[in-house]
Design a protein around this ligand. Structure first.
Ligand SMILES: NC(=O)c1ccc[n+]([C@@H]2O[C@H](COP(=O)([O-])OP(=O)(O)OC[C@H]3O[C@@H](n4cnc5c(N)ncnc54)[C@H](OP(=O)(O)O)[C@@H]3O)[C@@H](O)[C@H]2O)c1
Length: 239
């Protein structure tokens, strides 16, 4: 008999969630049926989209979300015991799945890399960054990419893969600590948008060449590219 602990939405939160909005509950899981697996969570993810999705939950429901989990018991030959998967099992220590929505992590996952990356750089945020940059923006290399929320899960990957592609990368973030982190990770220019007197002035980098064929990334840039934009750039692309 397995007891799962799950974090449930005690009450809908207003603004930023706090601990008191959640309640830890214990439930007893039923025995596995044929085709099912028992999962033990290794890592949960906490993503911005949850603030919106949580509105569709009823108070008392378990919080949704992906997790990296290990199959600890199996009645499904496609997922033998020990398989590591990404599962949409929410914030629960243990859960039962019929295997349909499970994704195996790469069998050749290097021991030196934490499995949590399957929820980050190698997971949804990384895929968002990669396909957004290459498939939607069509960045080929050699251009300039401006990334807002640059120290976040998606933005930090956008900046790093743009650098690998040979782009110049400018990032904006909300603290000096984040700006230092961006510089350490190869951003050519990093700006604390909260402390600059004028974002427009800050974006007037001495190297004006940097803005030629500039690709802009993120919600901040969408706002900047509206008709009243102070700095519309040729070749810019919206997301
Ligand atoms: N994660 C994904 O897979 C994914 C997929 C598709 C779309 N998105 C979207 O991409 C955006 C960034 O996602 P992410 O996963 O990279 O986010 P994240 O790592 O959680 O970063 C959130 C950052 O947003 C900034 N921020 C600005 N205004 C904020 C506010 N009012 N409240 C809280 N944070 C605020 C803060 O950075 P500063 O201090 O630097 O301002 C904060 O650290 C979100 O809009 C998300 O919905 C994400």
């Amino acid at each position: 008999m397995v007891h799962a602990k799950s974090w449930t939405l005690k009450k809908h939160f207003v603004g930023l969630p706090t601990n008191s909005d959640f309640e830890l509950k214990k439930v007893e899981l039923p025995p596995l049926k044929d085709g099912e697996v028992l999962l033990e969570a290794l890592y949960f993810t906490v993503d911005p989209y949850m603030r919106i999705m949580a509105k569709s939950l009823k108070e008392g429901d378990m919080m949704m979300g992906e997790q990296v989990a290990r199959v600890v018991e199996s009645k499904n030959s496609a997922f033998p015991t020990g398989t590591i998967v990404v599962a949409p099992s929410g914030w629960a220590t243990h859960s039962i799945s019929d295997g349909e929505k499970l994704e195996k992590v790469l069998a050749e996952w290097p021991d030196t890399l934490p499995l949590s990356l399957a929820l980050g750089t190698v997971g949804m945020p990384g895929l968002t960054a990669y396909f957004g940059l290459f498939d939607i923006c069509g960045v080929k290399g050699g251009e300039t990419v401006l990334v807002s929320v640059a120290a976040g899960a998606v933005g930090s990957v956008v900046g790093q893969i743009a650098k690998l592609k040979g782009c110049k990368v400018v990032g904006t973030a909300g603290s000096d600590e984040k700006v230092a982190w961006l510089k350490k990770h190869g951003f050519d220019v990093a700006i604390n948008y909260k402390t600059v007197k004028s974002l427009e002035e800050a974006l007037k980098h001495p190297d004006e060449e940097i803005w030629k064929n500039c690709y802009m990334w993120g919600h901040l840039c969408i706002q900047q590219n509206r008709p009243t934009s102070p700095r519309p750039t040729p070749g810019s692309h919206h997301l």
